[in-house]
Design a protein around this ligand. Structure first.
Ligand SMILES: Cc1ncc(C[n+]2csc(CCOP(=O)(O)OP(=O)(O)O)c2C)c(N)n1
Ligand code: SF4
Ligand SMILES: [Mg+2]
Length: 224
């Protein structure tokens, strides 16, 4: 019991759900030892000692190329690039897009909470029209960034692209299973998970889930 370390995520955060589902599938597939989890900056980094698998930290927006390099060097590994919506679709978009286009065989998991969570909830490319944040006090005016839909036209036909949400853990598991199989078959896979950030949304209980429902009406879940 001395090994148990308290998680660093806020109460009600969606990150632990995603990480636990990923771990469940790795155990099911007996891949814990082959798995390598790369973390971006943002609240993803709070996972650095959350799971009993090899994990390392990269710079903001740079987890995707880092894991690409790791995979090229260790082809038998199962590589995950775990990144927030800001890391994936703002600062890291250039490398993510080209890596998807080149069909690099890693799995990218984008945890979309529509804000820059760790730095105080500022507007992100994924913020919804009208969303108020510390940097958009009168509401965001830009259309939200649909990363998967933008990537879809450039990927190999065998790539796996899916969007799911933390209120459907079974679907998260199915997506992770298919993403791993796609990576092991030598192709790119990416899952965007609609997540919860009650701390920056300033929501409680049912209000938080209502917010997630609003996200689901903008970001369509399912396999693309
Ligand atoms: C190169 C660089 N630019 C900016 C930052 C500051 N920074 C740290 S976390 C963060 C936002 C992270 O947002 P997101 O990727 O959506 O992750 P979340 O915290 O929401 O899970 C920013 C801008 C940084 N650490 N490094
Ligand atoms: S700030 Fe938001 S994303 Fe970060 S740990 Fe807290 S609830 Fe989770
Ligand atoms: Mg975010």
């Amino acid at each position: 019991m001395a090994d148990i370390i308290p998680a660093k995520f806020c109460a009600g955060c969606g990150h632990p759900i995603v990480l636990m589902m990923m771990h469940k599938i790795l155990k099911e597939k007996n891949l814990e030892k082959k798995a390598v989890l790369g973390l971006d900056i943002g609240c993803s980094l709070l996972a650095w000692n959350f799971l009993p698998i090899n994990t390392f930290q990269t710079h903001h927006g740079r987890v995707v190329p880092t894991m690409m390099g790791f995979k090229r060097a260790r082809k038998d590994s199962v590589c995950f690039a775990y990144v927030g919506d800001g890391g994936a679709y703002a600062i890291g978009w250039q490398s993510l897009f080209h890596m998807a286009r080149r069909d690099e065989p890693i799995t990218v998991i984008v945890v979309n909470n529509t804000v820059y969570g760790m730095t105080g909830g500022q507007v992100a490319p994924t913020s919804m029209v009208g969303q108020t944040t510390p940097t958009t006090p009168e509401g965001s005016v830009e259309k939200p960034f649909l990363g998967l839909e933008y990537i879809k036209p450039v990927v190999n036909e065998k790539a796996f692209l899916a969007r799911t949400a933390v209120n459907n853990p079974k679907q998260i598991q199915d997506c992770i299973r298919q993403a791993i199989e796609t990576q092991q078959a030598g192709h790119f896979s990416m899952i965007e998970v609609l997540s919860l950030c009650p701390t920056n949304w300033h929501t409680k209980g049912a209000e938080t889930l209502k917010y997630l429902e609003e996200m689901r009406s903008v970001f369509k879940v399912g396999i693309l």
